[in-house]
Design a protein around this ligand. Structure first.
Ligand code: F0G
Length: 432
């Protein structure tokens, strides 16, 4: 066997087919630990380069292209894949200039099948549900995980169950979960409480939990890193910048980078910058205190995807910051929405939480942490269509406490060529 489950704190190991989310001995978070010594002998950059562009499953997926580093022992007939990944890496000189760096790339994870990076983890988690013979899968979600779970569950002939907060869930995400046929439960509790509830209910009823506490989710999410480094022809950027909510994604990035380094597939570690919303910033607060203590917060932010005050992967994210000599920054809702408006206006587009990557890069340049000549890859985590309400409210000036720096006002005209011509004649030329 190449892999087993291993507690990140006490090292206790469990067979890979154990249904377990925390260490039975100490309560610590679990990793899927691969036998890197054996893999080192067989896995090279060529292994993955030869699969680029293939039409054959499972290697046509941007997750399963890296099967040896995701789930080497897996019988491929068990894989549930849409297929995901293969997302674009955009070089964006204009947005780079705004942020203050020469080389800015944005990797758009909103280009996944259900419109967010969650699909990479979900193919891992639903595949493991299949391996384990589970019939029902569930998650609590701020929206994207539920959309992804709903799609992958039904695609893999499983029953999907999602727990939502009864407000503040972006319309696009809610619509997806309903449409894909999951059992959708709206609960008068925030994400953090819903995550406790889903775990309690799942253990009572024998349902498999697919939140990012599930380590197979994180194995899939690692492939964002594998793919972006492969897209850069195995050259490592100086910084990778991503939003942080429940901290699954950033945790998986740390593990991915360590594994690539230990396997000799990259020659140095990039630094990771995790960006939180000011109103949902427990990791940032911990970072400010040298991670000596952890204190959950009551979360508030316009970026509802990351409205999380008690992130389940906190300890793994701290480990990632240490492994990558990383930093944690916070940005305001104003900064998030203005950065989003520019990403949108440049034709790339994203949902609010994703814009933390650009807003955070700019702030870290301003504070001198990121240097202008360094190469940055920002991760855009979700599609522009996920949260149309926030987008429209920003542009028409009705978003509470936010004054749009880059509004695109909707015009209204009488149905006459005269009226329309007047609007077009007075329209100023925009530079951005
Ligand atoms: N960006 C988007 C668009 C998200 O949906 C999320 C998380 C994040 C960033 C943060 O990622 O949790 O791994 O730190 N959304 C989860 C959900 C919580 O339920 O969809 P993280």
């Amino acid at each position: 066997m190449y892999s087993q489950l291993q507690c990140m704190d006490c090292g206790q190991q469990y067979p890979i087919d154990t249904v377990i989310y925390n260490c039975r001995a100490c309560g610590g978070l679990l990793d899927v630990q691969h036998d890197l010594n054996t893999l080192r002998k067989t896995v090279t950059r060529d292994t993955f380069d030869q699969r680029l562009g293939t039409l054959e499953a499972p290697y046509n997926s941007g997750v399963w292209r890296y099967k040896e580093l995701v789930y080497p022992d897996l019988d491929r007939s068990r894989i549930v894949s849409r297929p995901e990944g293969n997302t674009n890496l955009y070089r964006s000189p204009k947005l780079g200039q705004w942020a203050g760096v020469e080389n800015l790339y944005l990797k758009h994870e909103g280009e996944n099948p259900t419109g967010s990076f969650k699909d990479r983890g979900m193919t891992g988690g639903v595949t493991q549900a299949n391996v384990l013979g589970m019939k029902r899968v569930a998650c609590a979600s701020t929206g994207n995980t539920s959309a992804s779970l709903a799609a992958y569950a039904t695609f893999g002939d499983l029953e999907g169950i999602v727990f939502f907060q009864d407000k503040h869930v972006a319309l696009g995400k809610l619509a997806q979960a309903v449409a894909y046929g999951a059992t959708c439960i709206q609960i008068a509790a925030d994400f953090d409480r819903n995550l406790e509830l889903v775990r309690e209910v799942a253990s009572r009823l024998g349902i498999y939990v697919l939140n990012s506490i599930n380590p197979f989710r994180l194995e899939g999410q690692k492939t964002i890193i594998f793919e972006l480094i492969q897209q850069l022809r195995w050259q490592v950027p100086d910084w990778i910048v991503c939003p942080g909510g429940n901290l699954g994604n950033s945790s998986s990035f740390g593990k991915a980078l360590c594994e690539l380094h230990q396997l000799g597939l990259i020659d140095r570690m990039p630094r990771l910058a995790i960006i939180q919303a000011e109103g949902a910033n427990p990791l940032y607060r911990g970072y400010q205190r040298g991670f000596t203590e952890f204190e959950p917060v009551r979360a508030h932010t316009v970026a509802t995807a990351i409205k999380i005050g008690n992130p389940v992967n906190y300890a793994k994210a701290v480990r990632t910051v240490r492994w990558t000599n990383g930093v944690v920054e916070e940005v305001s809702d104003q900064e998030i929405m203005d950065a989003k408006a520019l990403i949108d206006r440049n034709g790339i587009g994203c949902e609010p939480a994703s814009a933390c990557s650009l807003a955070g890069t700019r702030k870290l340049v301003q504070t001198g942490v990121i240097k202008p000549h360094e190469t940055i890859v920002g991760i855009l985590t979700g599609h522009i269509l996920k949260d149309p309400d926030a987008t429209i409210a920003y542009h028409d000036g009705t978003l509470a406490d936010i004054k749009a720096a880059y509004p695109n006002n909707l015009h209204r005209a009488e149905p006459s060529a005269e009226a329309i011509s007047q609007i077009l004649a007075s329209e100023p030329l925009t530079e951005t």
